[in-house]
Design a protein around this ligand. Sequence first.
Ligand code: UGA
Length: 432
Amino acid sequence: MRLSIIGTGYVGLTTGACFAEVGHDVTCVDSDEAKVGLLKSGGMPIYEPGLEELVHKNVAAGRLRFTTSIAEGVERALVIFIAVPTPPLPDGSVDLSFIEKVAREIAGCMTSYKVVVDKSTVPVRTGEKVAETIRRYCRARVDFDVVSNPEFLREGYAVEDLMHPDRIVIGVQSPRPVPVMREIYEPFGAPIIVTDLNSAELIKHASNSFLALKISYINAISVLCEATGANVQEVALGMGMDHRIGQEFLQAGIGFGGSCFPKDLSAFIKIAEQLGYDFRLLKEVQRINAEQMDRFVKKIADTLWVLKEKTLGVLGLAFKQNTDDVRMSPAIELCQRLLREGARLRVHDPKAMSKARAVLPEGPNVTYVDDMNAVPEGCDALVVATEWDVFKKLDLERARKVMTHPILFDGRNLFDPREMERLGWIYKSIGR
Ligand code: UGA
């Protein structure tokens, strides 16, 4: 089927590549000329495992192309996916101006029946507004359908999640676009749930908020574990073996971040408020998340007494492993807080160093270190801020020798406390 995707961010680009991979003819549209130029010349604007190969393969096969022209995208395709950013406004609500603009532009180019699908994370009732906007700005008076089809991919696992989704949600105003949507997703072999437009939009915000709630829940439990000498990983394991609870998203740490959970929680709280409901449960999820970071910074400060002029090696800058994304990264926030306390930082991340430089500039107090095993040199302590698997391979023996003191603050519970003690480290982690 002929598809177009407007917006080539994490969601748009990966979705486009995966649709092409299963045989659809895909046109990816982005207003950013530099980005489209880069993609056309074989470059990649983001790091996402497996994506580059998929894009190259499908461009070569003639199933995937890039353009800056919405008109071209609309003309070529029966189904047009909107995957543009929906950034937060200062009051926590969602900036829908990109969605509105794209809806107007699509409407202006439509000369035949189209299915316009929203993939961006949007407040409930956005689809209704998109439909209204298209109706208003469509010059040709042609028929169309608006569909909500939220995306559930995780950064760092985007290709895997898209190729093997748990479920596909299709929200519609009438049954007309359902067969087309089923045809698009049929090759992925996942269960498809068809709902009304508003339910589909709510499923997305409700899912992300629930996952964030799970993380805050285990982080709250980690506080009780620290107070009692219990082990949060064992508690999570025991809880998660109940299939109604499940093992995932029960890793205690320094809190969740990224471009989705913090923004979506604020948005959902705001949406609820506008609908007359005070979503206090989610406000508490936010509060626990913020406190988790406070507690970790305090743990470091209490152990080192004075942070001023201390050198700390920070492992991890991305908001989680397998990505170069540093948006709302707890690791970056941690670095900024340590800097405010007067510490000097030696930082490293396997993929996110170049993006991190823009928000955490190199300077007298921040040194970027290319080799993770060189980070500990001259450090008073090490801090693990992102759960990159590769950090488990840190040469601890060498680190001990080149540091002033062998102290490690593990904000992601990567190492085994007993083993670290045996190796002679002062080791502090979360909830253990
Ligand atoms: C999240 C959702 O997981 C996706 O399903 C959704 O599609 C996406 O948002 C979105 O709305 O676009 P993502 O933000 O890429 O995906 O990353 P996650 O893997 O969910 O991690 C989010 C944060 O939670 C990270 O900072 C991570 O370190 C933290 N986390 C995750 C924990 O602290 N503990 C856990 O057990 C899991």
